[in-house]
Design a protein around this ligand. Structure first.
Ligand code: ZN
Length: 577
């Protein structure tokens, strides 16, 4: 308390300590000039940003946060220096685990919806930094495979919000040690900035004239040039994100060569031409299934190599940063199916954009090795999904005081386990329900620029499938009703007078989300599968007529994610003679 009081007195001249609202302003425009000195690992930025007050009260102060390895040099309004207090602010939205926060006194109060344009300057270094991970116990070696962002002479890769705050942002502190706090905070920020425009003019300089450098930015509109810099090298790129649309703006600078093909470009590091060629072959192999399902790619997928062979891949938009491995075509093909689907099927909604790209991977596995191989691939998503649902879906009965379960509806979620893993299952279930033909036609009718209504996709699929899917979208997309939990409640076999059997099966769903699930009856000499719709907390009955004595009933082949798969088999007792 003493410390808070002391800090308050310290900054009382420029800021009212307790009135600070870090979420008040949305940043609507960035116009930044970046100078990057590779040998010194330095970044210096000058430019303009526009802030809009999205809070109800008028705001006299604005918060600007950048990585703690950078420092504020100037903040001006119409050429006039503004007073600001710079302070460290702990937050895991940056790899250093800390931000340089400037609390700026604005020239006048900005009313609700009012905007202010500031001229800013900041600089510092961006070295490799794993602090936010090592301080929660991750070994440094492991952490550097995830937080690989850095500016350095040989290899530079810097991702934006959630990794390195290389451009100003403002949000409340997020911590990796508090469940989903980081995902939530960064996700909310991305959603607020989805309509923002960012322009960067980047100049990278290197004193040496070793192998020529390439600069890559994950924006659709980029003009790059190599300039003569006397004894060294100077390259520039002028790029615009219009709008940012959930993209994490990132730049890479390294000695890349490019293998440019019809549907994709591969940027590879020295001596890795063979790996790049293997990936390009993989792209050729998977292009037909992508086109068949999602149409022809509208732009090229860009695959950019990371030098650390153990680095975690990162994708944003149609650019994928990944180590290129040369151990068999399977991994490369799965990677390329995903990226080409992005290039073919843009959508502003993560559950559609990412969900379909993962669904495409399952489709490809099925095409290669059959349905079980696809379900095995989907199974890799199951653990993450079960864990995520457990975290957001705590039954309220456990504690009166605990918040009611809100879940993570696919339509609004920022969490990867939902918009990737759960969404992949949702697409797979939709295909099982409405059939391949209807789903493909619905996807062909989708236009991302017309996707304003959350129910747009539902209506497109219903129009092709000629059936009501409202119940399914309510349980899986518009709300989070958790997952189903199927069990075979009872099986009644009886002998038919004309031969054969009639088996009446009751399936119960103990979970909250309804689904159409396959039920397989095994009998002497074969098996038969039928699908049955079981709403949440409900039962459904189906009848199957096998030619010989029934032996076993199994509900769910793994195509519907459920919380407990250990109660899905029912041994049929031998019939009384
Ligand atoms: Zn993706």
């Amino acid at each position: 308390m003493k410390l808070v009081f002391f800090l308050c007195v310290l900054c009382a001249s420029v800021v009212t300590c307790f009135a600070l609202d870090r979420d008040a302003f949305t940043f609507t425009r960035y116009d930044l000039n970046l100078r990057i000195e590779l040998e010194q690992q330095r970044l210096a930025a000058r430019g303009k940003i526009t802030l809009r007050n999205d809070s109800a009260p008028p705001q006299k102060n604005a918060v600007l946060q950048i990585s703690s390895s950078l420092s504020w040099r100037s903040i001006q309004w119409h050429g006039k220096a503004l007073q600001f207090v710079a302070q460290p602010y702990e937050s895991d939205i940056d790899h250093t685990g800390q931000l340089s926060e400037a609390i700026v006194t604005l020239p006048n109060e900005i009313p609700q919806n009012g905007t202010v344009e500031l001229e800013i300057g900041y600089e510092g270094t961006i070295p490799l930094d794993t602090t936010r991970l090592t301080r929660i116990g991750t070994p440094r070696e492991v952490a550097s495979h995830t937080d690989w962002d850095q500016i350095s002479k040989r290899f530079t890769a810097v991702r934006g919000v959630g990794y390195v705050a290389w451009y100003p942002v403002a949000m409340v502190s997020a911590s990796l040690s508090e469940g989903n706090s980081l995902f939530d905070t960064v996700g909310r920020w991305k959603a607020r900035e989805a309509q923002a425009v960012m322009r960067i003019e980047l100049t990278a300089v290197r004193a040496s004239t070793e192998a020529p450098l390439t600069v890559l930015v994950n924006s659709h509109t980029c003009k790059a040039a190599t300039l003569d810099a006397g004894a060294g090298q100077m390259i520039t790129a002028d790029c615009t994100f219009e709008p940012l649309a959930f993209i994490v703006p990132a730049f890479l600078i390294a000695n890349y060569s490019v293998l440019d093909r019809q549907v994709s470009s591969f940027f590879y590091l020295p001596d890795h031409k063979a790996e790049a060629e293997a990936y390009s072959k993989a792209a050729d192999a998977v292009a037909p299934i992508v086109t068949e399902w999602f149409g022809a790619p509208r732009e090229k997928a860009k695959i950019v190599e990371l030098p650390d062979p153990s680095a975690s891949p990162f994708e944003s938009g149609t650019l994928l940063m990944t180590p290129l491995s040369n151990d068999g075509p399977k991994l490369a093909q799965m990677t390329l199916v995903h990226e080409l689907t992005h290039a073919a099927f843009p959508s502003p909604r993560p559950w559609i954009y990412e969900g379909l790209a993962h669904f495409a991977q399952a489709l490809y596995r099925e095409r290669q090795d059959g349905r079980q191989a696809a379900l095995d691939y989907m199974g890799l998503h199951r653990e993450a999904l079960l864990e995520a649902e457990k975290q957001v879906f705590v039954p309220s009965a456990t504690s009166v005081a605990s918040k009611p379960p809100t879940g993570q509806a696919l339509i609004t979620t920022f969490e990867e386990a939902f918009y990737r893993s759960k969404a992949a299952y949702v697409w797979w279930m939709l295909r099982d329900m409405v059939g391949e033909d209807a789903l493909r036609k619905a996807l062909a009718a989708y236009a991302s620029e017309q996707d304003h209504d959350p129910a747009y996709m539902q209506h497109l699929i219903e129009a092709q499938a000629k059936r009501d899917l409202g119940w399914f979208f309510e349980d899986w997309v518009y709300n989070d009703h958790g997952l189903p939990d199927f069990r075979v409640q009872s099986v009644y076999p009886s002998k038919m007078p004309q031969g054969g059997y009639l088996v009446t099966i009751t399936v119960e769903n103990l979970g909250g989300a309804g689904a159409e699930v396959p039920v397989t009856l095994r009998f002497q000499g074969g098996n038969v599968t039928k699908r049955v719709k079981v709403h949440g907390k409900a039962t459904a009955v189906i009848r199957i007529e096998p030619p010989s004595a029934p032996r076993e009933v199994v509900v769910n082949d793994g195509s519907v994610p459920e919380t407990n798969a250990s109660n899905n088999t029912f041994k049929v007792p031998e019939l009384l003679k």
